[in-house]
Design a protein around this ligand. Structure first.
Ligand code: BGC
Length: 386
């Protein structure tokens, strides 16, 4: 059984109050292995000064990259569980076939690296786990989909540590281990140094790295802005030209406080839209309280549009693209309401020029049920149909 993700975000009373290539090298299944994937040689992470300058882009190039992500899907509840298969979604070729067959252009692959790396320097990532991620990367690229590879659910980094707080939101997940708190940021950067090195030869037209999922709690705007800049510098040492995805802080509310390194034009911002939590998270047992069934009514629609308007304003003001890397509605929702939600979001995002990735393919917000081997009613069409 999975434990709740960042429960605080989903405490819906809080939300109610807030209103709220080149050749595809990896097509060769052996390709990754020969691509600098030497997990034993852990690159240094603390030499941000030595990052090369980021090459300039042609006008509109980063925006074009963001647009090319098109219609995507999250491979949720798979590699971001504390252990593979713990949350019920296998990394199976069948699921990659499903994604390709329904017309997915981009797979967002959430990965919990933090539970698969040494607790102390040099924080080596487990080679066997790297191979599982390699497999998912290969499966994606072989089917000619794009990939956003991220770091997800580093609970302790978010402040969800075993530090005596009574609030159950601040506990690590079952089977997750804690490290010396003073090492957290160094460990984060060191893991990125390894990931970036391993995948540096993958085509930059097809593969993007997202430095983190949803910074929140302990990752306040000032802490996150600094950590993000340092991490980007670490990644740039091996991947000067790759397009990188940086998440908004605290979902939408702190987007205005996000600071990105001026000298790096190859950045895309990921903002998630679960408006309204009462609607999108209805019937989920890990919510506290569990939101009851409700329809996809006008109020919910207005909230979605409000968020999109804030994002569109930000894009205009900052001249950087936003990609909506998550939105979704739980499988316990009435099928007609789910499909209406999915279609409404798709149209609203696309008419404003945003690419998107639905959360998720086969988990608790799924489009497809891997056990029954069937699609949830209406979802495939609503998201990917004509
Ligand atoms: C979390 C998932 C969660 C989803 C919807 C994602 O960001 O990583 O664990 O199910 O949001 O709440």
């Amino acid at each position: 059984m999975r434990t709740p993700p960042s429960i605080d975000r989903r405490t819906f009373s809080t939300w109610l109050l807030a209103g709220s290539a080149g050749p595809l090298a990896a097509c060769d299944p052996g390709g990754l292995k020969g691509m600098g994937g030497d997990a034993a040689a852990v690159p240094e992470a603390n030499e941000a000064e030595s990052a090369p300058p980021v090459p300039a882009v042609k006008p509109g190039e980063t925006l074009a990259m963001a647009k090319s992500l098109g219609r995507g899907i999250n491979f949720g509840n798979a590699l971001e569980a504390p252990r593979e298969n713990a949350w019920g979604v296998p990394i199976s070729p069948e699921l990659f076939d499903v994604a390709r067959d329904i017309g997915v252009q981009t797979i967002r692959l959430p990965v919990r690296w933090s539970n698969h790396a040494l607790a102390k320097a040099p924080y080596t990532i487990d080679p066997a786990f790297f191979e599982r991620v390699d497999f998912a990367v290969e499966q994606t690229l072989q089917r000619k989909m794009k990939l956003v590879l991220n770091m997800h659910h580093y609970r302790q980094l978010d402040g969800q540590a075993t530090d005596g707080r009574k609030d159950k939101s601040f506990h690590l997940d079952k089977d997750e281990f804690a490290v010396e708190p003073a090492l957290l940021h160094e460990r984060f950067k060191a893991m990125w140094a390894q990931i970036a090195e391993r995948y540096k030869s993958l085509p930059r037209e097809t593969v993007l790295f997202q430095i983190y999922n949803e910074p929140n709690y302990a990752l306040t705007p000032s802490i996150w802005n600094e950590l993000a800049a340092d991490t980007l510098a670490v990644i740039r040492r091996s991947n000067p030209e790759r397009f990188l995805v940086v998440p908004s802080i605290n979902w939408l509310p702190s987007l205005a406080k996000l600071q990105l390194p001026e000298a790096d034009p190859r950045l895309i911002v990921d903002v998630h839209n679960y408006q309204t939590i009462a609607f999108t998270h209805q019937q989920l047992q890990w919510m506290d309280p569990v939101p009851p069934a409700m329809p996809f009514d006008r109020k919910v629609q207005d909230k979605i549009l409000e968020e999109l308007d804030v994002m569109a304003e930000w894009v205009k003001a900052h001249r950087r693209p936003i990609w909506i890397g998550e939105f979704g509605v739980s499988i316990g929702t009435d099928p007609k309401e789910r499909a209406a939600y999915a279609r409404f979001n798709r149209d609203a995002m696309e008419s404003r020029g945003f690419s998107w990735a639905y959360w998720d393919l086969a988990g608790e917000f799924a489009v497809y049920d891997p056990k029954a081997r069937r699609f949830y009613p209406g979802m495939r069409d609503a998201l990917f149909g004509a």
